[in-house]
Design a protein around this ligand. Structure first.
Ligand code: ADP
Ligand code: MG
Length: 599
């Protein structure tokens, strides 16, 4: 039942050889994105090749010019200058077009992937999110996606365009002189070989560096997320020493990585320098022997980089490919997880449903029963109070009703039919929950209430706010119901947030209402009027009320007392109090023995 947490980083993902990548599923998934944008690639590769053609034309025109030097006829000079001017304009235009296509491709791919992933994350079962830290998912959506994207956007087109350039430029140089052509061509493979120098060290350093980046993300995320805890527990220094430790590692690994990269790039440039010197030397000898003109040497110098480039890029691309695929693999590890199917099944009829739990057992973790042998039932339209110590399993019962989890044993039924026979969507549609965890979205008060039923009118929103005892404080806000709530509702008190979430639930107009400690942050007076109004707006609902306050509990038609996932006692308040059992002692502890309060 429980999903495995995601693997956390590049280090844990096995690297594959380039050839086995060809059979890799993730690699094919990446290719399918590429296929979708194939016209971008065709244009990008096309403009790249046209730029190579321009470079060739430039080199060849230079060759002709220098072969005529120093006695260049006037007419030829004018023509040659015109050709150079045209090439310059052509290069400007196509460089512009190339960048344009690339940025369009880049953004399209990134946003499409992000949209897909977030859409998918929302449709994953709640258990996934309960087992994975949100900054892990954010890391995947940001860093891993960035790595995968670099491959998709940049490397793929280079992989196609550069070998073609190589062939044309190589053939051209061979035609200038076979010797010069061979020297130019030899540089590339030598550079490829030189990339083996310090390769493992480089990977290790890059890995350490990645880990630092992940730690930074994690620490920042946790600190900002738990800023209240951080402040109230005065954890600032802990956070700071953690960041200092990360900083130390960050600097050390970055310097290491930079040094290794520098050495590698020096070694990598070596064949190019040697080729240049050898080319000039041999070229000069060939010129002296009359085998080539000065122009041949100029063409060689101009095009030297163009021949070597495909090989060096190939090496980089292969390295990127491995990183991209392992980054993408974590994306697809998540993408492959089964989404909730919310649409299959019968729909729940309107009107208050009857609810029953029959011998239900459930566990989050193997071997630790959270609910066991749990049975109770609620007739349609009546209310049930779930009472019990914290950790008893009350909120878990709510999760089962929402089908965030399914029971291991036993059945939950609505209107006498198993919960699984209904489409999840139709059940959730008829349910409203006021939970102890309140989440307010960034937006106005009105928008936050409207979450309960998107499209509700302003009057309906105001009515709900009034019933939730929220309207008085809303009116006192600077812009009333249109006031902005800070990120996560930070500008409101807990009680005020709770009232907004009650308003949300009221607006929802549900037939199964679940209140999970809904009034814990309300004062006694507000709570009393909330109770009174509940009878009005929720009169047509079946209600499950999880509460500690006895004033709330005693309003319920039935009480079920739960401890350690089992029903210990059940009945009406009067029955339970006269029984002298767990409920009675729980109640006496709370009221300091004055249980007359209830009668
Ligand atoms: N997502 C989860 N994963 C693992 N254990 C959980 C999870 N949620 C709750 N629990 C455990 O299940 C037990 C019941 O929790 P809960 O239903 O929230 O209790 P209550 O609402 O009665 O206070 C507790 O021991 C709690 O630690
Ligand atoms: Mg709870």
């Amino acid at each position: 039942m429980s999903l495995q947490p995601l693997s956390k980083g590049t280090s844990e993902a096995p690297r594959k050889s380039v050839f086995s990548l060809l059979k890799d599923r993730t690699f094919h998934d990446l290719l399918s994105i590429i296929k979708k944008y194939k016209w971008y690639y065709v244009s990008a590769v096309g403009s790249q090749l046209l730029l190579t053609a321009a470079a060739l034309l430039f080199a060849d025109t230079s060759r002709r010019l220098f072969n005529m030097a120093p006695n260049v006829p006037r007419g030829s000079l004018a023509n040659i200058l015109l050709v150079f001017a045209c090439i310059a304009v052509f290069q400007l235009v196509f460089t512009f077009i190339n960048n344009w296509i690339r940025s369009a491709l880049n953004e399209s791919v990134v946003y499409e992937m992000r949209r897909n992933i977030l859409g998918h994350l929302q449709r994953l079962p709640l258990s996934f999110h309960e087992h994975n830290h949100s900054s892990n998912s954010v890391n995947i959506m940001h860093n891993e996606l960035e790595i995968a994207k670099n491959f998709i956007v940049f490397d793929v087109q280079r992989l196609i365009a550069l070998p073609i350039s190589f062939i044309f430029v190589g053939i051209y140089l061979l035609s200038v002189h076979p010797m010069l052509g061979l020297i130019a061509i030899a540089i590339g493979p030598l550079q490829m070989l030189s990339s083996l120098v310090l390769k493992t060290k480089f990977k290790q350093a890059a890995e350490l560096q990645n880990r630092v980046t992940r730690d930074v993300f994690f620490t920042i995320g946790e600190t900002l997320h738990g800023i209240r805890e951080v402040k109230s527990n005065q954890m600032e220094n802990n956070v700071d020493s953690r960041m200092a430790e990360i900083q130390q590692r960050g600097v050390a690994y970055n310097v290491l990585l930079t040094n290794i990269s520098t050495i590698r790039s020096i070694v990598k440039d070596l064949p190019g320098h040697l080729g240049y010197i050898a080319g000039i030397g041999i070229g000069a000898a060939l010129m002296a022997a009359g085998e080539i003109g000065a122009g041949g040497l100029v063409a060689f110098i101009t095009l030297l980089d163009k021949v070597a480039e495909p090989f060096t890029v190939l090496v980089d691309t292969i390295n990127n490919l491995q990183r991209s695929v392992s980054g993408a693999r974590r994306l697809y590890e998540v993408m492959d997880m089964a989404e909730e199917d919310t649409m299959t099944g019968q729909s729940l009829a309107p009107g208050a449903p009857s609810v029953s739990f029959d011998e239900v057992a459930f566990q989050y973790v193997e071997g630790t029963a959270t609910l066991q042998n749990l049975s109770f039932s609620i007739p349609a339209g009546s209310s049930l109070a779930l009472v019990g110590p914290s950790g008893a399993g009350k909120s878990t019962i709510v999760k089962l009703l929402y089908r965030f989890y399914d029971p291991e044993q036993g059945t939950v039924t609505l209107n006498g039919k198993p919960l699984e026979s209904y489409a999840i969507h139709s059940v959730r549609e008829r349910m409203a929950l006021v939970s102890q965890d309140i989440f307010l979205f960034d937006g106005t008060v009105a928008q936050n209430i409207e979450v309960g039923r998107p499209g509700a009118t302003r009057d309906e929103i105001i009515r709900a706010a009034k019933l939730a005892q929220a309207y008085d404080f809303i009116e006192a806000l600077p812009r009333g119901i249109d006031s902005e709530i800070g990120e996560r509702g930070i500008k409101l008190s807990h009680g005020q947030k709770q009232r907004l979430s009650i308003a949300r639930a009221i607006l929802r107009d549900a037939s199964l209402l679940i209140l999970d400690e809904p009034t814990s942050a309300l004062d006694v007076e507000t709570e009393a009027s909330f109770q009174r109004d509940l009878g009005e707006w929720a009169s047509n609902c079946t209600k499950i009320i999880i509460a500690h306050r006895l004033s709330t509990i005693r309003e319920a038609d039935f009480i079920v007392f739960i401890d350690q996932g089992e029903v210990v006692e059940s009945g009406t308040a009067e029955q339970l109090l006269s029984r002298n059992g767990r409920f009675r002692s729980y109640w006496e502890k709370q009221s300091g023995g004055m249980y007359a309060e209830i009668t």
